[in-house]
Design a protein around this ligand. Structure first.
Ligand SMILES: Cc1cc2nc3c(=O)[nH]c(=O)nc-3n(C[C@H](O)[C@H](O)[C@H](O)COP(=O)(O)OP(=O)(O)OC[C@H]3O[C@@H](n4cnc5c(N)ncnc54)[C@H](O)[C@@H]3O)c2cc1C
Length: 462
């Protein structure tokens, strides 16, 4: 359906002419997220309040216009990419932190607030919002909620879903719903809050979020352990968890990732390791000293060849920079990248690391792996020349089979979006998939909200 001058005028009346963009540059810059797929919207709208979102959705529902909610566009699943054109609804102007309530440990925010900005705002009040995706410097809380984002601290503190107490959201009909509570407990009716978290903008547009906060940990200690092979690092992860030690972070980086970071950013990291673990322990001073000492002990017993214990916050930040720069460093290698976001039970981390190395050797592919190994979540990056992209994609199917054999999941935190929709049936059996589709049809009978996502689409018909 084409959005003609009359509809453009109708949208302009709602958001104001300055918040409507149909320019070729605007359309191209909203055609992407962090994947390499590209589909242009016909129009970009920047609402500034819930009422505007509601009126826009009512029009789209009436006219059958596809609408694609968008935060910062940093998703790795094509979630905000407008595969059927229509409206790109950019939520970044709804970026107010409405209130922080220390006595009840919660905050109310608009969806366009950037995660890192929110973290800083609560930390100055000695409060803590733990979900910290690698993209926290730019991704929005709305995007985090819609994807159910995880982060580097998920191991100890959980993921976005664990901090969402309640929402305000607009259904495709334009109706406004407010599921959830501002209390610690609450069991009235179905848990619609949890249903919307991770629904990737396919069921409703989130316009307000109530987030749980916790007290800020007093202190933290950071260390980097270097291993001569992946298996030793993998075993260290499994043994640390089995020993009931829960660090706030336990991140795996293979030697090629660290090499790529070193080449781009020159952080003076210990060189020549095959595998690295970035470890952070937080809490009271005694607890952190004891915790880091115990983990370093396990690292040594499992064969770490070097352990760099950060002397202070500045050195700790240098080690964190290494981890947070990996995606950027890999992108700058100039190769075609197929990246996946798998998770296996933590005790199976050594097995999946072995498997990935064997697959790389067998297929003569470069596979760079890093990620939140402490919660079994690894980002697997297959790098190749453009001419071998199909081979790389075939490897993905094999990796997914192995992950499912190990009782893991094919997407730990990036979601399904459009890029993984053809694989969803590998993990979700038909009765459950059909139940999910019925939920979608009930809330969005016209199918206007983020169509072409999550559920498999037959692209062969055009
Ligand atoms: C360098 C880098 C590191 C990353 N690290 C992590 C990581 O550690 N953990 C992790 O989980 N992800 C990570 N990501 C992926 C990405 O940042 C997250 O998925 C993030 O939550 C997306 O937020 P966004 O604001 O960019 O949303 P977008 O990419 O704009 O949108 C993502 C999805 O949310 C929907 N959406 C956005 N806003 C709303 C709204 N208000 N209402 C309804 N639906 C909405 C969109 O339709 C889309 O389906 C990383 C990405 C990059 C580029």
């Amino acid at each position: 359906m084409t959005i003609g001058p009359d509809l453009i005028k109708e949208f302009s009346k709602i958001v104001g002419e300055e918040d409507v963009d149909t320019s070729p540059e605007g359309r191209i810059s909203h055609a992407y997220d962090a994947t390499q797929v590209q589909y242009k919207p016909q129009i970009i709208l920047y609402p500034e309040c819930t009422e505007e979102v509601s009126r826009i959705l009512s029009i789209c529902n009436r006219e059958g216009i596809p609408l694609y909610p968008r935060g910062a566009g940093s998703g790795f699943a094509g979630g905000s990419v407008p595969v059927q054109g229509g409206v790109s609804l950019v939520m970044t102007r709804m970026n107010r932190i409405k209130k922080i309530v220390p006595e009840d440990l919660y905050a109310v925010v608009e969806p366009g607030v950037v995660n890192g900005v929110f973290q800083k705002s609560v930390e100055i009040m000695d409060l803590f919002y733990p979900p910290d995706p690698g993209s926290m410097a730019f991704s929005t809380l709305g995007g985090n909620v819609a994807t159910g984002a995880g982060g580097l601290r998920s191991l100890k503190y959980g993921v976005t879903r664990d901090y969402v107490l309640g929402l305000e959201a607009v259904l495709p009909s334009g109706e406004i719903i407010r599921p959830g509570v501002k209390t610690v407990k609450g069991v009235v009716g179905y848990d619609m809050t949890r249903l919307l978290v991770g629904s990737e903008g396919t069921l409703a547009v989130v316009t307000e979020i109530t987030l749980r906060l916790i007290p800020k940990p007093e202190t933290c200690r950071t260390a980097l352990a270097v291993f001569a092979n992946h298996r030793d690092a993998g075993r260290t992860v499994a043994r640390t968890i089995a020993a009931r030690i829960i660090p706030s972070t336990l991140e795996f980086m293979d030697g090629s990732c660290v090499e790529a970071v070193e080449k781009q950013f020159r952080l003076d990291l210990p060189a020549h390791g095959a595998a690295y673990l970035l470890i952070e322990v937080d809490g009271g001073p005694e607890e952190t000293d004891r915790g880091i000492a115990r983990i370093e002990g396990i690292c040594r017993e499992e064969g770490a060849v070097h352990i760099l214990s950060a002397a202070d916050r500045t050195e700790g930040e240098r080690l964190w920079k290494a981890r947070r720069s990996i995606s950027q460093a890999i992108n700058r290698m100039g190769l075609t990248k197929v990246n996946e976001d798998i998770a296996v039970p933590r005790s199976r981390v050594p097995e999946i690391l072995d498997y990935l190395q064997a697959l790389a050797r067998e297929r003569k592919m470069r596979i760079l792996t890093f990620g939140h190994a402490g919660d079994g979540n690894l980002h697997v990056n297959i790098l190749t020349e453009a001419s071998r992209k199909e081979e790389a994609e075939a490897c993905v199917v094999e990796i997914f089979r192995e992950v499912l054999r190990l009782e893991g999941t094919i997407s730990a935190e990036h979601g399904i979006g459009m890029v993984k929709s053809r694989f969803i049936g590998m993990e979700i059996a038909p009765p459950l998939l059909s139940a999910m589709q019925k939920v979608k049809e009930a809330l969005d009978p016209q199918g206007i909200l983020n169509p072409g996502k999550i559920f498999p689409v037959d692209w062969s018909n055009g």
